[in-house]
Design a binder for this molecule. Structure first.
Ligand code: CAA
Length: 269
């Protein structure tokens, strides 16, 4: 998602530094940006020169230090609290004291991430949806200590990026995944229990509810490991058995069948 966020920021005219842990991942991110912008060039919605200018506004780096002059950092590392906390602690020492530290987390506590820094008032959730260039929403999540000023700045920034900012408070899964993941998990239970085939479950939700993708296709698109991590956050956070992950989902993740990105999930790619 990081490359999608870099793309929309550069397209809105901002100078962007896209940082990842290896040159290989950065090259993959730049390739995704190129491909996504090229769709608009092909449809004559973007000129080639404009596309080059957007790409030219994105600098890449493997060193965290490259973010030291940023007025906002949007973190999009793996969905694991310990990894995110390490990144936030490092960003807190590297960036300017008034820089905002935002997280693109889909479910991890913004309050807890804020508490790993000396500036919890400037820590906020800025949750983009996949594919970032297409989806209109940014779910803005206020932690217990997030200031009104930080919230207003992030709201205004989201709008400059061409998105609609909708806010919620910091509880497990926020609003998006509090509602989405139990539906996906229930679809997996329906498959597990033989209520329907993958095609019938997805077809019923697509044709019957007008969803653009069926829940199993969407789970593959999000990544089954990400889905499991989010469901576990709901399960642990609320201590309510209604959020227990389906054993079939755990089995797929154990097998390394993670969806689209690994070539196999509920479907083959
Ligand atoms: N970059 C730029 N444009 C893209 C794109 C990308 N990566 N992917 C698709 N598009 C554009 C296409 O060019 C096309 O544009 P036009 O209609 O203007 O010509 C449009 O999106 C539709 O694409 P397609 O015709 O190729 O395919 P589609 O109609 O099946 O749409 C989709 C694809 C937009 C992904 C659609 O299937 C969809 O909306 N799916 C649901 C996505 C969703 O639910 N996302 C949220 C997931 S949850 C999440 O992200 C957060 C979390 O915490 C888990």
């Amino acid at each position: 998602m990081g490359n999608g966020i870099a793309q929309v920021a550069a397209r809105a005219g901002f100078e962007v530094v896209m940082r990842d842990i290896s040159d290989e991942f950065l090259a993959r991110g730049m390739k995704a940006i190129d491909k996504s912008l090229q769709r608009d060039v092909d449809k004559e919605r973007l000129g080639s020169e404009e596309k080059n200018a957007i790409v030219g506004r994105i600098k890449t780096a493997t060193e965290l230090d490259a973010l030291k002059d940023a007025f906002i950092v949007v973190e999009a590392v793996t969905e694991n609290f310990d990894v995110k906390a390490e990144v936030f602690r490092a960003l807190d020492t590297i960036t300017m004291p008034d820089a905002i530290l935002a997280s693109n987390t889909s479910s991890i506590s913004i309050t807890k991430l804020g508490a790993t820094t000396q500036r919890p008032d400037k820590v906020i959730g800025m949750h983009f949806m996949n594919p970032v260039p297409v989806m209109k929403l940014v779910e803005v999540i206020r932690g217990a200590a997030t200031s009104d000023e930080t919230y207003e700045k992030v709201r205004a920034l989201s709008e400059k990026l061409g998105k609609t900012a909708l806010d919620c408070n910091d509880y497990p899964g926020f609003v998006s995944n509090r509602v989405l993941m139990p539906m996906i998990n229930e679809a997996i239970f329906a498959l597990y229990e033989g209520v329907g085939t993958r095609e019938s479950i997805d077809g019923i939700m697509k044709l019957g509810m007008n969803h653009p993708m069926g829940p199993l296709t969407l789970a593959d698109f999000i990544g089954l490991d990400v889905c499991l991590a989010i469901i576990n956050v709901l399960h642990d956070g609320f201590g309510d058995s209604k959020y227990r992950p389906c054993p079939l989902l755990k089995r797929y993740v154990d097998a390394g069948w993670l969806g689209r990105k690994s070539g196999r999930g509920f479907y083959e790619y």
